[in-house]
Design a protein around this ligand. Structure first.
Ligand SMILES: Nc1ncnc2c1ncn2[C@@H]1O[C@H](COP(=O)(O)OP(=O)(O)O)[C@@H](O)[C@H]1O
Ligand SMILES: [Mg+2]
Length: 364
């Protein structure tokens, strides 16, 4: 696989703020990489440096193996789609989409063919002569996307392109976005702070926090094998975190004492730990077992979610979140006593973070 975009040890400060802190990242040709992280972690700053809107303080950015740090924005052949829809308000839909082909002097019949293809891809059933203000937000963002695609750039950067839209439109458009980027064989970096969106759109996801990339992997890798509690917090649904101490190391297994569980035998993902080492365990809501085990708790909240039930259980000061079949919602009531256990093979084990658990999973 060819590397299309290469970010090498890039940093950017704004006065005292380190917005991007020594980030290195590669995006393969034809790949969609999503960058997910909380607000203010440096996502937009990183994209702007790739696009050429901002210049890195240090490090290098390469496209097709060549440094572009000194290449002006217009010559980088990168299309950019922003959260705030950028359309020319005084131009019709047709004029907006044709803008780039016209400016680039693309021959008329080829330009028309290009525009028709993009409209088909986007299923853009919208009147050619309508003005942006006459369209819904979802439709406007589709037109903005069509306009960006008409620039025929091999690289597309999308900065929270759906966050101005309401939930239903958003949920639908993310599938279409992935489909069109794949169909046109573009290389894309897609920034979002929404877990479901990041997982839906991505080939690989990079999790960003405080200016740094903390893990890169496929959605499946990050969901099941997080290397940092923050990754499990951000991509693990509503993972339950507990602190533990390793009691024994037996081949690829660890025996961990992790209150309220006195002994859990879990799979070691390759951590260098020894008896006495502190670790973090993360348990997904779907990996909690209700109704058996030695640990007893009390049901404190029950919710019916249509396709599943969500139950909260309090166990001496710990609050666990369970997700499972809707029958559990019917069977359990708030105040019921219940035993809980965990699917041991699926417990995720991570190194204890220097800053402590609470700080490590904090979204701020
Ligand atoms: N032009 C700027 N001037 C000063 N500070 C900035 C500027 N742009 C971004 N920042 C700061 O840099 C940090 C990262 O911002 P940003 O890249 O926009 O984050 P994100 O897109 O992840 O929300 C934030 O603390 C933000 O306030
Ligand atoms: Mg941003």
């Amino acid at each position: 696989m060819t590397v299309k975009i290469q970010i090498v040890d890039v940093s950017k400060r704004f006065g005292p703020i380190v917005a991007v802190n020594r980030v290195s990242l590669e995006v393969l040709e034809g790949e969609i990489l999503t960058i997910i992280g909380p607000s203010g972690c440096g996502k937009s700053t990183l994209l702007k440096m790739i696009a050429g809107v901002l210049r890195p303080d240090s490090g290098d950015i390469r496209i097709d193996g060549r440094s572009v740090v000194d290449v002006p924005m217009e010559q980088r052949r990168i299309a950019f789609v922003f959260q705030n829809i950028l359309l020319f308000p005084h131009m019709t839909v047709g004029e907006n989409v044709r803008y780039s082909p016209v400016v680039r002097g693309v021959e008329k019949s080829r330009a028309e063919q290009l525009v028709a293809t993009i409209r088909d891809f986007l299923r853009l059933r919208v009147r050619e002569y309508a003005y942006p203000r006459e369209l819904s937000m979802g439709m406007q963002q589709k037109v903005a996307l069509a306009r960006a695609l008409a620039a025929e750039c091999p690289i597309m950067l999308l900065d929270e392109p759906l966050s101005a839209l309401d939930a239903i439109v958003r949920a639908r458009l993310r599938y279409e976005l992935r489909r069109i980027i794949k169909d046109l064989q573009l290389t894309a970096i897609y920034v979002t702070h929404d877990q479901a969106e990041a997982m839906t759109v991505a080939d690989r996801i990079a999790v960003m926090r405080k200016g740094q990339i903390i893990q890169v992997g496929t959605p499946e890798e990050l969901y099941n094998r997080p290397m940092h509690p923050f990754v499990a917090r951000f991509l693990g649904g509503e993972a339950n975190f507990i602190e533990g101490v390793v009691r024994e190391v037996v081949e690829d297994r660890l025996l961990v004492e992790a209150p309220p569980f006195s002994e859990l035998q879990v799979v070691n993902p390759g951590l260098e730990v020894k008896p006495g080492s502190k670790v973090i365990l993360a348990i997904k809501p779907e990996d909690l077992i209700l109704g058996r085990g030695v640990v007893e708790g009390e049901v404190s909240l029950t919710s019916y979610l249509g396709d599943s039930a969500r139950i909260e259980i309090e166990v001496n000061g710990f609050r666990f979140v369970y997700r499972g079949p809707t029958e559990m919602y019917t069977q359990l009531s708030e105040g019921d006593k219940i035993r809980i256990d965990v699917v041991r093979e699926r417990v995720m084990v991570m190194k204890y973070p220097e800053e402590g658990l609470l700080e490590a999973i904090s979204i701020e």
